[in-house]
Design a protein around this ligand. Sequence first.
Ligand SMILES: [Zn+2]
Ligand SMILES: [Zn+2]
Length: 268
Amino acid sequence: MTDRIEPFDLFAIRYAHHAKRSASENFIGGDPHEEASPLDYFVWVARRSDRLFVVDTGFGHEAARHRQRTLLRLPAEGLKTLGIAAAQVEDIIITHLHYDHAGTLDAFPKARFHVQDREMAFATGRCMCHPVIRHSFAVEDITALVRHLYAGRVVFHDGDEELAPGLSVHHIGGHTAGIQSVRVWTRRGWVVLASDASHLYANMEEGRPFPIVYNVADMLEGHKRLHGLAASPRHIIPGHDPLVMQRYRPPGRELEGVAVRLDAEPSA
Ligand SMILES: [Zn+2]
Ligand SMILES: [Zn+2]
């Protein structure tokens, strides 16, 4: 069935970095083997002749300053390196509404934003009464999304849905109530953009959950789910792992350190 589907080209664009991060901030119970555990921040692109999907919208200058993250380039500038004009993008999948995935929405004036029902309910409901849970959200992003909702530009999904032949969203939960991962048909088979369903390779490979979590059991089940959706463990792309930039090659020499191709086999 999939042999009739045109594969997507699939890219990760690195737009920010956080060097001063400790293992205890990335693993429940910490990590005895290492002290530093830096994070990269990405947006992703799935593109073929008939469709273009951007996955997540990152954050901008204000959030970088506020959270003390190193912004390398605005997500829209990152897209430009692949020849994509933010103003022309029509479909954006927001994996979840944390500040590092759902900022800069206004840079995409034509876009429809695809989110899970449960994520919008989560980010605008009683769970946000708890400072520890709402800490990873930015109220400016949520209100921007509500404005786009009232402008007719939000598309809701409940669970698993195909957005185009060869591309589907899958509710995973765990990290947030409504986080979704994205499954994409590529020339090397089904690749899954986990986003924060697994921040690092080690979270899912070693069954050690990330500590910012709504439901630990759902997060662990989510790791299993990712494996069920992907062609192999090498086809799962974690949301924040700096190893992604090492294991995959850039689309061209000039994009070294900026973007990598996820539709080509990784090196390790
Ligand atoms: Zn997150
Ligand atoms: Zn994140």
